[in-house]
Design a protein around this ligand. Sequence first.
Ligand code: HEC
Length: 204
Amino acid sequence: MRLPFLDRWLKKESPPPTKPKYAPRRRRVLVTDEDDDDEARPPHQGFLSDRKSQFILIAALVAIGLTAGVMLIERRLASTATDASPDRPAQVALGRTLYRQHCSYCHGVDREGHEEWRPDTPVAAGLAPSLDERSPAVDRTDRQIFEWIKFGGQPFLPASMRSQMPAFEFNLTDAQVWGIVAYLKNRWPEEALARHERANRGEP
Ligand code: HEC
């Protein structure tokens, strides 16, 4: 007995594997028939389905979180600092901003001082000295520079001389003044900074 429909059914090739129902669609725009060779395509992997990319994502998030945390802590420390370090980026950045706002008018944008100022210009000549590596400030201690800024020049000069260096006591917090000291130190080249650190230690 022949059962034609069974013959047909048995001979029938299995249908080509269908694509998974919810597989994300490929970009349609640029796909041509030639591109559409399924064999050449690697097996589909969902976004971040493999361990390696998950690890990379988590590591990146942790790194971003840590960096943000450190920056916040550094900024917090800069706003409560009681000393000046040229190696604290947040403190130096704070000092740079404040310097531009309060000091560059007299001491120059690049801390070069009044254009007529020379290292042998006497104090109280009415010319703002440079605050770069040529500055007399290099040979002062951190504390002395801090006090020059906080109290102005007058307390450090004989009563017969008039200082043009204003006091910033009421315009800047102590931490802000330390920020400016940190900025000045940060910009000094190695040799000047070494000299300054000797002054800090009370060495000749
Ligand atoms: C109005 C101009 C003026 C402004 C603004 C000013 N200074 Fe001065 N500064 C001077 C003059 C002038 C002197 C030199 C002393 C004098 O002749 O009175 C001086 C001296 C100094 C000294 C001492 C240098 C040394 O070691 O002999 C430091 C440090 C200093 N200024 C830092 C600053 C900082 C930091 C700021 C901003 C917060 C600032 N100054 C703002 C005019 C100014």
